[in-house]
Design a protein around this ligand. Structure first.
Ligand code: GLP
Length: 244
């Protein structure tokens, strides 16, 4: 779906998430959301905050699982995805702190594998992801599933691509300060979500969006795996859709 602007698209996506949350509330059930970071979803989160503050949308029945976190990373660091999510969403809504899940960037290396298995189990125990929000990196990554990721991959520790680290360098004051690794949900984890919504804005994303939507399905561009997902929507602005 192509919108004239990121703002209009973001309002629409936030409304879809709000409908999901309200629908689950009526059934007395939890809504399980998979969330993404980066500049792209910021306006969606701002609109969800507005819906909470001005239109009474409650997040009391919402459980969240974030896609990824840098490794190593202290939750209190300004660049952590924990800081990002609190700043843009969690600090402004009525979500239960115990319902928030973000991969832990402080684990000892020997604890990471068990932790990743537990993250998968926690998603399952919550009932599975109702909706997973995704951005797309210029390498074609979703979450931090870089080129070479397998379609059935689970939550795991990955090595970041050089381009991804260059794109993140502004947040860290130079590429050398960007962590070399991250913990990310896998392609297989993402595929289990009942709905996938990938957002991309601006001409900077146009060529990778074209590859993701129209290119041959290949681990070289992990977002192409989404062509095989049963319930996925690409939500784009006109500039990101320009090469389709
Ligand atoms: C990071 C995140 C991704 C995100 C991507 C694009 O690598 N781990 O989840 O989709 O950046 O970021 P932006 O939205 O800032 O373009």
């Amino acid at each position: 779906t192509v919108f004239p602007s990121p703002q209009l698209a973001s309002v629409q996506v936030a409304a879809r998430i709000a409908n999901l949350i309200r629908g689950k509330q009526q059934l007395g059930e939890q809504a399980v959301l998979g969330l993404a970071t980066g500049a792209t979803p910021v306006a969606v989160y701002a609109e969800l905050v507005r819906l909470h503050q001005q239109e009474g949308l409650s997040f009391a029945n919402v459980v969240t699982f974030n896609l990824d976190e840098y490794y190593p990373m202290l939750p209190t660091a300004p660049q952590s995805y924990v800081t990002f999510m609190h700043e843009h969403l969690f600090d402004h809504i009525d979500i239960e702190p115990g319902n928030i899940h973000i991969p832990d960037g402080t684990l000892a290396p020997e604890d990471v594998a068990d932790y990743c298995l537990r993250y998968e189990q926690q998603i399952e125990q919550a009932g599975g992801l109702d909706l997973q929000l995704l951005g797309i990196g210029r390498t074609g990554h979703v979450g931090f599933n870089e080129p070479g990721s397998a379609p059935n991959s689970g939550t795991r520790l990955v090595t970041l691509d050089d381009l991804t680290r260059r794109d993140a360098s502004r947040d860290f004051g130079g590429k050398e300060s960007v962590p070399r690794k991250a913990i990310t949900m896998g392609i297989g984890t993402i595929f289990k979500a009942r709905e996938l919504v990938l957002l991309a804005w601006s001409g900077k994303k146009a060529s990778i969006v074209k590859k993701a939507v129209e290119g041959e399905v290949s681990g070289e561009v992990p977002a192409t795996y989404l062509q095989l997902a049963p319930n996925v929507e690409f939500v784009l602005d006109a500039a990101a859709a320009a090469e389709l």
